[in-house]
Structures are given as C-alpha cells and as structure tokens.
Design a protein around this ligand. Structure first.
Ligand SMILES: Nc1ncnc2c1ncn2[C@@H]1O[C@H](COP(=O)(O)OP(=O)(O)OP(=O)(O)O)[C@@H](O)[C@H]1O
Ligand SMILES: [Mg+2]
Length: 182
C-alpha cells in the first residue's frame, strides 16, 4: 500500500551536542492519502512501549495531527477522546492501553515553559510521547527519539522521512516495515 521507495541504509553521521558521534539512519517513502498516513501511524503504534518518543516535524497541514490520531487509534484511545491539535494546552493526555501524551510546540515561546509546566518528566515516564513541532524544543528532548518529517508533495501525497539513531528503534522499524509489506 505504501510506495516503499526506501533508503534502507543511508546513514548520516553527526556530532552530537556533547561531542559524541551518532549514526543516523533514514528511510523515505510516500503516502498517498490521509488514510495511508493514519494507517502507517497505527502500525507504528503497535510497536510502541512506555517511554517511546516520536518527534513530528513538517509544515502546517503536513499531517502531524493526522499521524497522531492514527497512533491514538493504534493505542486504543477511546473514540470519544478525539485527538485534536493541543496548541493552546501544549499537551493533551489520552488514556490508551499505554498513556498517550500529545504535545504541540507550535506556540511554544521558550523551552523553559516545558520545564516550568513539569512536562519534561513525561519524556521519561510511563507513556508514549508524540510531539508536533518537536524541532522547537530539540535541546531538551532525549536523543533516542524517532523523528518523522512530513512534507507536502501535493493535496493528497506526503513525503515521510523517518530517522533514528538507536538500536531499539532499528528493531521496531524492521518490525513496522515487515508489517507494512505483509
Ligand atoms: N497523505 C496525507 N496525510 C495526512 N494528511 C493529509 C494527507 N492528504 C491530505 N491530508 C490533509 O492534510 C491535512 C493535515 O492536517 P493536520 O492537522 O494533520 O496537519 P498538521 O501537520 O498537524 O498541521 P499543524 O502544523 O497545523 O498542526 C488534513 O486536512 C488532511 O485531510
Ligand atoms: Mg497539528
């Protein structure tokens, strides 16, 4: 279903903020509809565990909230808890089989707000964090996130670029893509 034009191994090396080397692995593919984005997210959700963090990047309307709705569905968040953009609240919590913390940093002023509101501990907590506009608080996010960058190609199609640098994510990504191709 998903056009798997995937760069299986396109490792990039970047020097982390603290001077260590980090191998970043990327995969790219195209989704052709809102339903494909949500379905992909649902499959991602099937591999999530407490403490996992997904950083969503991309322009307004790229599909970050749509992706989060798919994650919520995969985590069995009840339908009556509709996942909307939490811009004004910075974070909404949903009760799925694992708690889902949905952040949106679009209107974030300074990263200190996250710390002042006590949200930082949620990055190391019992739930899954999905963060829209994560790039706005990069400096306080743990390094072992899965980053998903969505780009608008046309009205229906989105380019999905996934990157990670952690062995645990590598295993999850392998499982996710084997589910997608089956
Ligand atoms: N392939 C696709 N994947 C996701 N959304 C799509 C796709 N094709 C069309 N759309 C439409 O694009 C819009 C995506 O909106 P969404 O709120 O998910 O974006 P967003 O990235 O969260 O934006 P914002 O930065 O404003 O929060 C929806 O109206 C959806 O119907
Ligand atoms: Mg949104």
């Amino acid at each position: 279903m998903i056009n798997q034009n995937i760069n299986r191994f396109s490792p990039l090396v970047r020097i982390g903020g603290w001077g260590f080397f980090e191998i970043i692995v990327k995969k790219n593919f195209v989704v052709r509809s809102e339903e494909e984005t949500a379905n992909f997210a649902k499959i991602v959700a099937s591999e999530l565990f407490p403490g996992d963090i997904i950083c969503l990047e991309g322009d307004l309307g790229a599909g970050k909230t749509t992706f989060t709705q798919g994650v919520a569905s995969g985590l069995e968040v009840p339908d009556d808890q509709y996942v909307t953009s939490p811009s004004f609240a910075i974070m909404h919590q949903y009760d799925g089989k694992i708690p889902l913390y949905h952040f949106d940093f679009y209107r974030l002023g300074m990263v200190d707000e996250i710390i002042d509101l006590g949200f930082e501990e949620l990055f190391y907590g019992e739930g899954v964090c999905v963060i829209e506009w994560a790039e706005r608080a990069e400096e306080i996010l743990p390094r072992n996130c899965l980053t998903i960058h969505l780009s608008i190609l046309d009205e229906q199609q989105r380019k999905v670029e996934i990157s990670w640098s952690d062995d645990l994510w590598q295993k999850k990504i392998d499982a996710i893509f084997s589910k997608l191709s089956s």
